[in-house]
Every structure is written in structure tokens, then in C-alpha cells.
Ligand binder design. Sequence first.
Ligand code: OFO
Length: 171
Amino acid sequence: MLTKQMQEALNRQVQIEAQSSQVYLAMASWAEIQPGIDNVTAFFYRHSDEERMHMLKLIHFINERGGFAVVPSLEQPTLTYPSIKHAFKELLNHEVMVSESINNLVDIALQEKDYATHNFLQWYVAEQIEEESLARTLNDKLEMIGDEKSGLYLFDQDILNVSVEGESTNM
Ligand code: OFO
């Protein structure tokens, strides 16, 4: 059974994962109307789906442990970006924020000696390591490319090999 504090903290994470999905969905929609970055667009759409999956996993866990998962209202995400580089920078910043939030949840689980929740959260801890590392790699690549159009073309080809979950990344 979840304590009130743990339940509220997990519900805040539901909101964060749902908001993440919105943020990446908005990036995908913006990318889709930019010329020549179809694979970047697909990457953002996939990433948005992953975040929804992260949210659902939390919802099921909260409800299965005797709590009540609250479906949150969401904020309007940023709709447009000055460049692809800006969008990926925002993606990295966002993932760093999510990692901090997961760490905070782990702290609460430990304080409460809630080892079941602690164990459940380990999946998110591992996931955040993957996501942050992927976001950093992509940012480093964009940094090297600068504003070259040919570089962006290659970046778009390269991102085809990237899995959001990091299962088959060649980058
Ligand atoms: Fe849910 O991992 Fe990204 O935000």
C-alpha cells in the first residue's frame, strides 16, 4: 500500500511524463513542417510515444498498489524552435529535469522504506541514464555539424539508427 506522500509524489511524476510526451509531440509537429528532416520528425513522434508509455506504467503501478492515479491537465508546450539544435538542447534540458525528479522519488521511497516502489523506480533510473546519454550524443553531433545543410542531412540519416530506448543505437 502506498503512503499518501508516496502516492502524491508518483502522481506528480505521472504529470511530468505526460507533459514530456506533449513537449516531444510539439517538437514532432514542428519538425514535420521543416524540410528534409523526416527521420528527426519520426524520432520525436517515437519519443513522445515512449513518454506516454512511461506515464501509463506509473498509472498502473499506483492503481495496483492501492492508490489512485490522477490523469493530469497539461501545459501548452513550446510550439516552435529557432533551429533543430535548439529543439535538441531543450530535449536534453528536459531529460535532466526528469532525472532529478526520478531521483527525488527514489529518495522518498527510501525514506519511507517502501522497497516495492524503490524496486519499481529502478527501471526509470536506468531509462534516464539511457535517455540523457542519447540526448547528449545527439547534441554533441549537432554541435559538430554547426549550421551546415549537408551535415543536417547526414544527422537526419544517422538518427534512423537510434532507438529512443537505446536498444539499438549506433550513434
Ligand atoms: Fe520519461 O523519460 Fe524522458 O522524459
